[in-house]
Design a protein around this ligand. Structure first.
Ligand SMILES: N[C@@H](CCC(=O)N[C@@H](CS)C(=O)NCC(=O)O)C(=O)O
Length: 213
């Protein structure tokens, strides 16, 4: 049996959501963040040497890293659901957006979050660089969602599951006004209507309303 170790308000929401979408049996174990440091509690950190969420256990397998976990679960239990076959024309789009989420968008938003914590003053060249990078990333996302209903094309895939966290829950840590991004807002509405997403958020973070606008 798969156990999804979910740290509250974290990227492990992706794993709960994937399990709900592909309807695989799993046990959900929730952990709250340390109220002072906002980091994972010691019990969570003991699960994997890196000490960060998400982590799953599946028999003897202990696996961390959102992208790796999603690929593992889809390959072993997903019977082809939510991924795109290499022979399909939108395979490159699927790969790009699946990896853009954690390869570029998350580091860019994390940079802005750290700059906020350090209280760098407006006008600081690092802030200007980070803001420009974040704007470029959000504009790229906005343009993609003008041309396609979902990141890989017409169909919802795991690329959407990877991409959603930086567009939603990450905004609990670093503010981002979406007023200039109508396609992103319409997309978030579409995702919010998915029953599997609603179930995942209800089970994973019952006290939080998903940041869908
Ligand atoms: N690239 C990693 C990032 C993991 C990560 O940074 N997790 C954060 C939560 S979103 C975490 O565990 N923070 C708590 C801590 O550092 O103690 C992944 O996607 O799995």
């Amino acid at each position: 049996m798969i156990t999804v170790h979910h740290l509250g308000v974290s990227q492990s929401e992706r794993v709960v959501w994937l399990c709900e979408e592909i309807e695989i049996p799993y046990v959900l174990k929730r952990y709250d963040r340390d109220p002072t440091t906002r980091l994972a509690p010691a019990e969570y950190k003991a699960l994997h040497p890196m000490g960060i969420a998400p982590v799953i256990t599946d028999g003897d397998v202990v696996l961390a890293e959102s992208g790796a976990i999603l690929e593992y679960l889809m390959a072993r239990y997903g019977v082809g659901r939510l991924s795109v076959e290499p022979k399909q024309p939108n395979f490159p789009d699927y790969l790009f957006w699946f990896h853009f989420a954690n390869g570029t968008l998350m580091p860019s938003e994390m940079g802005s979050m750290i700059a906020n914590y350090l209280k760098l003053k407006e006008g600081n060249p690092i802030i200007a660089m980070l803001n420009a990078r974040s704007e470029r990333a959000f504009s790229l996302v906005e343009n993609r969602l003008k041309d396609a209903a979902y990141f890989a094309g017409n169909d919802f895939t795991a690329a959407d599951i990877m991409m959603l966290f930086p567009l939603t829950t990450m905004r609990a840590f670093v503010q981002k006004d979406l007023a200039a991004f109508p396609n992103i807002k319409a997309y978030l509405k579409r995702i919010g209507a998915r029953l599997a997403y609603q179930r995942a958020m209800q089970k994973g973070d019952p006290g939080m309303s998903p940041k869908l606008d």
